[in-house]
Each structure stands twice: as C-alpha cells, then as structure tokens.
Write a protein that binds this ligand. Structure first.
Ligand code: HEC
Ligand code: HEC
Length: 359
C-alpha cells in the first residue's frame, strides 16, 4: 500500500523511512491519541482549523477529507508535515530541519489524522499518467486557474505548481484528487464534469510544470539570546502610525531598521522557516510558543516597539500579538505585508545556509 514518492534526499537527511511499517501497527493507544490531538491543536489548528476542516487561515486544505486520507496516507501526509512546502505558509515541522517535532511525534500525528477518518487506503498505480499537454493547459486555464492561480501559485487553493507538492504527489494521487475532488471543500469532483481524457491531460500538464526539488538540510543557526532581543538598545524608538490600530507597513518597518531604531522584531512562524530566511535580527517566537508567561519575561516592558510577522501574511503574527497585548504590552504591531510581501518589496532578509556540504 506504499505510494511512490519522487523524493530526492540529500546530505544524510531522511525521516526514518525504514520505520514506515510503523503505519501497519495497531491503533494508537488512548494516551498516544490524546498526545497527538494535543500536538494538532498546538501546531496545526491555527490554519487547518480546530476540527481539521481547513480554510481557517491561508487557504490551508482540509485534513479530514476522505479523498486525501484514502490516497495521501502515510507518506504524502508525513513528508508534507515533516518538510513543508517552501514558498507557501505550510512550514516544515521536523526537528531535523529546525522544526519543533521529532520523528515519533510526526508518525503519531500522521497516524492520528488517519484514525480520525474512517476510510481504507487505496492502492494507486505508480505509472505516470499521459495526456495531451496542450489540451491540459487549456483545461487548466479554463477550469482551474481561478482558484489555483495562472501559474499554479495558489490563489484561494493550494499552489499546484509548487515543487515540493509535485515531488511528493504521484500522478495517480493528483489524478484521483482531480477526479474525485476533496469532500467538504471547494475542490469538486471534476470526474462529474470533464471527460477522462481531460483529467489525464490536466494531470499530465501539472506534472510537465514540475521543477527540481531537493530536500536539503539547513545548517541550523542558534536563535538570538534573551539579552539580544532588543535591536539598537540605546537608539530612540521609531514612530509608527498603525493601520487599524494593529498593522505597521513594510516601508515603515524597513525605515526603522535602516535608521537603526530601538525595536524588537518577532518571527512567529514555525522555527524551520526562520532558519531558511528571516528579517535580520528577528527573534523566533513561533505561534505555538509555550504560554505567554515565559515569553513576557524575555521581552522589554518599558514600552519598546515589538513588531511580529509571519508568512501568511498575518494569522500567526496576529495570534502572538493578541497574546502580548493581553499580557499588557502596549507598543505591539503586526507587519501588514508579512515576510513574503516584505521580500517582494525588495527589503533585506538574512538567508540561512541551506545545505550542509555532502559528507
Ligand atoms: C500557517 C498556516 C499553517 C499551519 C500552522 C500548518 N499548515 Fe499545513 N498547510 C498550510 C497550507 C497553506 C497548505 C497548502 C499549501 C499550498 O500548497 O498552497 C498546507 C498543506 C498541508 C498538507 C497537505 C494537504 C494536501 O491537501 O495536500 C498537510 C498534510 C498539512 N498541511 C498538515 C499540517 C499539519 C499536520 C500541521 C501541524 C503540524 C500544519 N499543516 C500546520 C498551512 C498551514
Ligand atoms: C473553486 C476553486 C477550485 C477550482 C476551480 C479547482 N480547485 Fe483544485 N482545489 C481547490 C481547493 C480549495 C483545494 C484544497 C482542498 C482541500 O481542502 O483539500 C484543491 C485541491 C486540489 C489539488 C490537491 C492539492 C494538494 O495540495 O494536495 C489538486 C491537484 C487540484 N486541486 C487540482 C485542480 C485542477 C486540475 C482543477 C481544474 C480541473 C482544480 N483543481 C480546480 C479549489 C479549486
């Protein structure tokens, strides 16, 4: 029942694939299931929803649709959680790449997701799906681009042109998704609308757009120490005009950083994303940070500006900022454009080293 994965593994990076037979194991014990449910609420509910329904933030997909669990369990789901989809808000949760979860926790969460939905996995063929690429492109433009984006970049639906998705998804997996849709979501069963040849064609078209994806291991950087949280501690504070009482625009934040003003910048994404790239000087305080108590002790209480940002552009940063405000921090703000907006405006980021030299 294992599905082929078009995965290139580099530099000694490997989720213990040898343990995949753990998925044949008996159901999770009540204790394991409770721990997995807890991990889910802590790490995933922000975007995928408390009931796994999807669409709560950043058009995160449903994690309870039968079609996904029938065809994506275990590897597709496990690897997506472990390594994320770079370029989308879906980060990598595996500690090996700077995330918060270890191997056993990832396996447990993947099994738990499956156990919440009462479906059998189905065997999908490994063979590539062939189809008329020109026709596939036409179908894509007419039927799919409004939600998935003209270039597959994702608008209100997943980025079907994303290299990490295309590396993890087999042709048969994608074809099955297109034919049967994802129950409970906007992704309808196109098999009821389009002839089989068109579904083949659009599947082949998606595959034809695949670009190389390599799983690389970042050289993990230590986060700043508590005493280093405040940037330019002796300089004057910036003067921000907040939009809607909450948002600071990228232009203003950039100016404050260029002028070396006194400020704290928080990166609220899953920590693996901070490892890849962050605004220089940003402190990784992820949205799932343990309680606000420990955090508030580390932050300046003298009214210094604290600006939080995330990928998305705002869900994670807003959640952290709400907690800070509730704890009495007054000068807090969320970067309006998020880090993706920041990068596309050409403002500087610190880029981590992505690959350890092969041994
Ligand atoms: C910040 C928002 C966010 C958080 C937090 C998040 N995800 Fe996601 N996730 C997404 C988005 C957005 C996508 C789709 C990405 C795309 O392709 O555009 C996604 C995709 C996925 C997929 C692929 C589903 C499919 O239909 O292909 C899985 C599985 C998944 N996430 C599981 C998780 C789990 C488990 C967690 C918690 C450990 C988690 N995610 C945390 C936003 C998030
Ligand atoms: C009305 C908007 C909409 C249209 C039109 C649409 N989709 Fe989707 N599609 C979605 C959504 C939303 C999801 C995620 C569903 C979920 O929550 O699992 C999705 C999921 C997918 C996935 C799975 C991606 C993943 O991350 O696992 C594929 C592949 C896909 N769509 C292909 C297509 C193709 C091909 C077409 C055109 C024939 C199409 N879609 C048309 C909204 C749409």
């Amino acid at each position: 029942m294992m599905h082929p994965i078009r995965l290139i593994v580099c530099c000694g990076l490997l989720l213990a694939v040898s343990q995949l037979d753990a998925f044949e194991a008996p159901p999770l014990t009540p204790g394991e299931a409770a721990a997995a449910a807890n991990d889910y609420q802590r790490y995933c509910a922000l975007c995928h929803g408390a009931d796994r329904q999807g669409g709560v933030n950043d058009h995160a997909p449903s994690l309870r649709s039968e079609t996904l669990l029938r065809t994506g369990f275990p590897e597709f789901i496990l690897f997506t959680i472990a390594y994320g989809r770079r370029g989308t808000p879906m980060g990598a949760y595996f500690e090996e790449v700077g995330g918060p979860m270890n191997n056993d926790e990832l396996y447990r969460l993947t099994r738990w997701l499956k156990e919440q939905v009462d479906v059998e996995s189905i065997d999908l063929p490994a063979e590539p799906i062939r189809g008329d690429l020109q026709r596939g492109q036409q179908v894509y433009t007419e039927r799919c681009a409004t939600c998935h984006g003209a270039e597959g970049e994702g608008v209100s639906a997943p980025a079907v042109g994303n290299p990490a998705l295309l590396a993890l998804a087999s042709d048969a997996f994608m074809r099955y998704t297109i034919e049967h849709g994802r129950d409970g979501t906007e992704m309808i069963a196109w098999g009821e609308v389009l002839p089989a040849a068109d579904i083949d064609a659009v599947t082949a078209f998606l595959r034809s757009r695949e670009t190389h994806w390599e799983l690389t291991k970042p050289v993990l950087q230590p986060p700043p120490k508590v005493g280093q949280y405040v940037l330019n501690p002796d300089a004057p504070a910036p003067e921000f005009q907040l939009k809607d009482g909450l948002y600071v625009m990228a232009e203003e934040l950039n100016r404050a950083l260029q002028e070396k003003r006194r400020i704290v910048v928080l990166d609220t994404r899953v920590t693996s994303m901070w490892q890849i790239a962050h605004i220089e000087g940003a402190v990784p305080i992820p949205y799932y940070h343990d309680g606000i108590a420990g955090l508030t002790e580390d932050l300046p209480t003298d009214g210094a500006w604290i600006v939080a940002y995330c990928e998305c552009p705002r869900a994670a940063a807003e959640s952290v900022t709400r907690k800070l405000r509730a704890a009495g921090f007054q000068n807090t703000a969320v970067l309006y454009e998020g880090i993706q907006g920041w990068i596309s405006l050409g403002y500087p980021v610190f880029v981590g080293e992505l690959t350890e030299p092969p041994q």
